[in-house]
Each structure stands twice: as structure tokens, then as C-alpha cells.
Design a protein around this ligand. Sequence first.
Ligand code: AMP
Ligand code: MG
Length: 357
Amino acid sequence: MASRPGRIPGSPRAVRTANNPPIEQPHPHIDFDTVARAAERIRSGGVVAFPTETVYGLGADALNPEAVARVFRLKGRPSTNPLIVHVSGPSMARGVVSQWTPRADALAREFWPGPLTLVLPRGDAVPEIVTAGSPGVAVRAPNHPLAIALLMSAGRPLVGPSANLSGRVSPTTASHVREAFDEDDVMVLDGGACPVGIESTVLSIMEGPPRILRPGVIGPDAIARVLGEPVLENAKGDGPALSPGMLAVHYAPHTPATIADPDDVQDLLDDADEDADQCVVLSHRLAIEVGEPHELIRMPAGAAEYAGALYAALRAADDRAADRIIVDRPPTTSEDPAEAWVWRAIADRLRRACARG
Ligand code: AMP
Ligand code: MG
């Protein structure tokens, strides 16, 4: 679709409703020449990393199996781990599913563009490599002006797994993406820092009751209110991976990482002193102090802000090349159910980041 400078033709406006998490809208300057070049690259089977409100995605034409295979190769992603298809909205979504159901319609009206991925029956146009052979396809409309500009300019649905090497910490800035991929392989659209900072909620609405396969900032209560029916939570943590590709170790820094209850942080630092180990501590508590040679990375005390800062903090901790990262366990509950759910999504990512620690 042709685009005029300064305006995204027909782009959906981000609407904040009672059920939508408060997302600070990024306002990057959109250079439409660059977007047009990126779109051309997509149409010719190339790979373009693009910002979304959650994390940066590694984009390719979802309807071109060779382009999708390139994404799997670049990431080193197992072929059993399916990719989310990004669309500009419900009309593009209808082209990738075999049934656009009333539940899908209601959820898209409420939460799109936004961090909710819907798993629906796969349409014939979508190559099997995208869904790792599964009969369901995961689809979402990202809420970021550059992502929307790219989708509309390319006129194609885009696969967009997080733009990191498989298993590593997801990127929330363009320079995180640059660190992992060669300029010749991946063109990067720079839209600044991703405001949500953790990956979307994945919800299956294939058959039976709706089921959350991966937690994100949109929680079951908000979804249940829209659907008028209960929502199952399969992503409760230590159980088996229920969404394909949800591996126990994921989002992992190179430095061994441990999650510790607040009372235990000092004991771990004392142990480290005995072994002459250096630690980096991520903590949301104002009162905490860590003595030399350890370092402290201060985390926000609010759930949404903590999520937004998490991956950049894990990367910064990794860059210190310390012996160990200690994450001071953030709250897991809140009086506000929506905030409690964000803490649980954060706990899910921290558990995976620390699974080897
Ligand atoms: P990423 O894009 O790296 O955040 O990973 C996408 C995740 O979405 C996968 O690891 C799965 O957990 C989930 N997902 C993607 N496609 C499907 C699908 N067809 N069915 C169920 N879950 C999916
Ligand atoms: Mg990922």
C-alpha cells in the first residue's frame, strides 16, 4: 500500500479502554522512505526487525515459507517452536485464519492493537512452518506506529518472533537487536524502547474454554469480562510447557542467575564473599544496599514499570560479566488484580531467566 509522508494511511488509533493496560504510546519520527525500503525487503523475502509495544520482532513475510525459514535459521530457533503472525488488524487476521470467530472479534475490538495474541484455526494461506505443524495459528495486531506502518506498507502479515538468538533475553531496543544480527542479514527499524517490555499474552480460543498459554500483561480477568465466560490459566508456572516452544530455560542471560526472597539476598551475598565471587543484584526495594565488590541495579517498584525495565536490566547485568546475577524477588500479588497479573507474568519470565542458575 502506498504511503504518504507524515501519515499512516488508515492506521488504527490506539484506544485505551478500561481493560487495556496503560501503555505509554511511543511517538517515534516515522521516516517513510525507510519504511518503504523495509517493506520492499519483506516483499522480496528478506528479514526486517521492527519495534512493537512488547519487544522487537524479527519480521518476514508470513506467507513466504522461505522467508520464514530464514527467520528460524537466523534465530537458531527449533522448528517445533511456532511463530506469531503480526497483522494490521482484524481484516488482515481473517486472511491467516480459517475462522474468525465471534470470540476473536470481541477480543480484537477490546484489546487490538495490543499485547494479546489469539490462537485460532490456521488458514490455508499460512505455510505449516509458521505454526510448527500445529492446526492453530497465533495472531496479533501490535500497538506500535512503526510496526503498523511496516505492516500496512508491506501489505503482508509478518511473522515476528522476538529478535534475539533462540533462548536468550528478548530485545527491547534497536541496539539489542544489532548486537545479535549482522546488518547484511537483518535490517533494523529503530523505534526506541518498547514500552510494555515483556511478550504478549497468548490465548487459545480454538475449541473448549479459552486458555492462556503464556502470561503477559493482559490477564484472565480482563479477558473473561469481555468474553462473559471463564478463562483457564495454563501458564501457572512449574507445570509442563503447554504452549509449544515454552521452554523452561528461556529469556536467559549468559551469567548464571538466581531468584532470591528478599530475606535471602544478604545470605547469598555473604556466600559470594566467601567464594570471592562478584554479584549483580536486581532489586525493586529502596532500602537495599550491597557492599563492594557487588553491584546494584535498581528496578522500579510498579509492575508495569518493572516489566518495561526487566530485559534491559538483565542485559545490563550480563554485561558486567559478574559471577552471578541475583534477582531480589519482586511481589507476586497486589490489591489490584490487573497489577497482580503483571507481577505473575514477570515471575514467569524471571523463572525462565533463572532456570539454570
Ligand atoms: P516469541 O515470538 O519468541 O515470543 O514466541 C512465540 C510464542 O507464542 C511461542 O513460543 C508459543 O509459545 C506461542 N505460539 C506461537 N504460535 C503458536 C501456535 N500456533 N499455537 C500455540 N502457541 C503458539
Ligand atoms: Mg522469544
